[in-house]
Design a protein around this ligand. Structure first.
Ligand SMILES: Cc1ncc(COP(=O)(O)O)c(C=O)c1O
Length: 406
């Protein structure tokens, strides 16, 4: 079975909610969203927009004032000048990516994706009848760089997808690494949905600082705690605008009008909103980083952004699905097995900082008890694995991703 068509394992997520419904005190460290509420100022702006009857169809490619606000934000945050005509708004970055690959790919065109990487990417490519080409990063200490991608390029490569701060690893990239991607040749599709959640005070960079002939995928889900509002966008090169808009207006028609008006306020307040989220996430990361190695998890790098931590299991031989499934059943701590993100994730667990500090600490305590009891090892893998099938992996080099990516 190809990597891209492997069964998706939502089993752990569903099982976590099932256990919770039966009264089990599940701690959620598996979610791709934060427990934080959308900022009040954004909620108020949405209520105002509804009262002002911003409830009709918007321009198909987005409310002009909102697209202008996206461009102003990119100018402020990164110093790049983008014409609003290049912004195409959608209901989250997920449909935006699907739309992009539908417009971009001819059958059999190849798209290079990181392994491990966000599990939905291969679906977008395959629905658009493209071919997924995996660039494994494990043997490079999970550093996804232009050098890692280059051997995978062929005359059929239509795009290279990059994602920083990354899901599931949490690494960021510096200017040099982004420039190298921009010089590879094929179109770079830069998933920047975790932008603004970079810790440690380094100024983040966008691919648009290095090339206008690249695509940015943006979203309000993560950086503004607005997952349920469903708002995202593409910034595309001029040469792709007409093709995308023709498709967009007949398939998606438009995006919720009052949500776009509310998001203008979110962008105006972006510095403050993201600063507050960053401060909270950094504290959570520090707690997890302090706790996990003491329990035998190996974390050989410091995540620089986003809200994930990718740690090697203490019990290295067990399939990560079995490890995560047993951890959930026996200690009621929900995590995501590394193989959810590709074969290079075998032996790893993704911890999401999606719960507050006191619950992260409580999860560490439960893990300590569970591991000390040896419980994780006693339960047969077959009994509890929701997807089964471990993949052979090579020994990783414990290189710091941030050393490679600067
Ligand atoms: C890397 C990455 N890109 C895109 C998305 C999709 O986000 P949305 O469709 O909510 O904008 C996610 C969600 O988890 C993600 O982790």
């Amino acid at each position: 079975m190809s990597e891209a068509s492997r069964p998706t394992c939502m089993g752990i997520v569903d099982e976590a909610f099932r256990l919770e419904r039966t009264g089990k005190p599940v701690i959620h460290l598996e979610k791709g969203e934060l427990d934080l509420d959308t900022p009040e100022v954004v909620k108020e702006a949405a209520i105002r927009a509804i009262r002002d009857n911003r409830t009709r169809y918007s321009d198909s490619n987005g409310v002009p004032e909102f697209r202008r606000a996206v461009c102003d934000y990119y100018e402020r945050a990164y110093g790049v000048s983008v014409a609003p005509s290049r912004v195409i708004v959608n209901s989250g970055s997920s449909p935006a990516m699907l739309e992009l690959f539908l417009a971009l790919l001819e059958p059999g065109d190849e798209v290079v994706l990181p392994n491990p990487g966000y599990p939905a990417y291969p679906s977008f490519v395959e629905v658009a009848r493209g071919r997924v080409v995996w660039a494994g990063t494990r043997e490079h200490g999970f550093a996804y760089t232009a050098d890692v991608v280059r051997p995978h390029l062929t005359p059929r490569t239509a795009a290279v997808l990059i994602n920083f701060p990354s899901n599931p690893v949490g690494v960021s990239v510096g200017a040099g690494a982004l420039r190298a991607f921009s010089e590879l040749g094929p179109l770079i599709v830069s998933d920047e949905v975790y932008h603004g959640l970079d810790f440690d005070g380094e100024r983040p960079h966008t691919i648009l600082e290095f090339s206008d002939d690249a695509v940015v995928v943006g979203s309000f889900s993560k950086g503004f705690a607005m997952t349920g509002w469903r708002l995202g966008y593409l910034i595309v090169p001029e040469r792709l605008v007409d093709r995308l808009i023709r498709q967009h207006q007949y398939v998606f028609v438009g995006t919720n009008t009052f949500v776009q008006w509310a998001a203008i306020t979110a962008l105006e307040q972006a510095d403050l909103i993201k600063q507050q989220i960053r401060t909270e996430l950094r504290a959570r990361r520090d707690h997890a980083l302090a706790g996990l190695p003491r329990l035998g998890f190996e974390v050989t790098y410091v995540p620089r952004g986003g809200f994930y931590l990718f740690a090697r299991q203490p019990d290295r031989e067990r399939p990560s699905h079995a490890f995560a499934a047993d951890l959930l059943q026996q200690a009621h701590v929900a995590t995501t097995p590394g193989t959810e993100f590709g074969s290079d994730g075998e032996g790893y667990i993704r911890f999401s900082m999606s719960s507050p500090i006191h619950l992260i600490d409580e999860a560490m305590t439960r893990l300590a008890v569970w591991l000390a009891a040896g419980a994780g090892r006693r339960v047969a893998a077959a009994q509890s694995s929701c997807c089964g099938g471990s993949t052979a992996t090579s020994e990783r080099k414990d290189r710091q991703p941030e050393e490679v990516l600067s």
